[in-house]
Design a binder for this molecule. Structure first.
Ligand SMILES: [Zn+2]
Length: 194
């Protein structure tokens, strides 16, 4: 096997690495049930949030609706007063909960009525992840690590529709986050994973 060259070393700046590393402990550590969670949050707060645009409330609503149609899933968007976002995954889709006032990243303020795209895509990746797995596992998201390799692959794929993800992948790799294999989503069929 050839020696693998760490992709992050040529993509991340010294500053990128510093912030990813130094801010890691600020993030929630959800323990052994979610061993990658803290590192995924750190990559999101210190890298991804800085790369994505902020969208207006109505743009988020129409995006979630078209996303659900595209994937053949039923996805409800609920607006509640909370910090960050939450996803509830169920058979055939799920519900994502965001704050109508605004959803900002940890270090990125957004104005009233705007929502940083990473939070929206993060919650949608939670909903979509079980539908990218083998059929036998597909409907039991409780068996998955919340921010496991499958989630991370799905999140990167969703981000790649909007931004260049080379720094995103580099940040995950720098923090030792495991990224799942390429996996095609096939509604009603069997996902093809390499
Ligand atoms: Zn999450």
């Amino acid at each position: 096997m050839s020696q693998r060259v760490d992709s992050w070393s040529s993509v991340l700046t010294e500053d990128d690495m510093y912030y990813l590393r130094e801010n890691l402990e600020v993030e929630y550590d959800l323990g052994p049930a979610d061993p990658q969670g803290q590192r995924v949050y750190a990559a999101q707060s210190n890298m991804i949030d800085c790369l994505v645009p902020a969208w207006k409330t109505d743009e988020v609503e129409s995006y979630v609706q078209s996303f659900a149609e595209r994937h053949g899933l039923k996805i409800k968007l609920r607006w509640r007063k909370l910090e960050g976002g939450v996803a509830y995954v169920g058979r055939g889709g799920g519900t994502i909960v965001l704050n109508r006032g605004c959803n900002s990243g940890q270090w990125i303020p957004v104005v009233e009525g705007e929502h940083i795209l990473s939070l929206v895509l993060h919650e949608l990746a939670h909903v979509l992840t079980p539908y990218r797995l083998r059929k036998s596992e597909r409907y039991d998201p409780r068996e998955l690590q919340p921010h496991g390799p499958e989630f991370v692959r799905c999140y990167i794929d969703l981000l790649a529709e909007h931004i260049d993800t080379s720094k995103v992948v580099a940040a995950f790799e720098y923090l030792g986050v495991e990224i799942g294999p390429e996996c095609e989503y096939l509604p009603g069929g069997r996902p093809r994973c390499s």
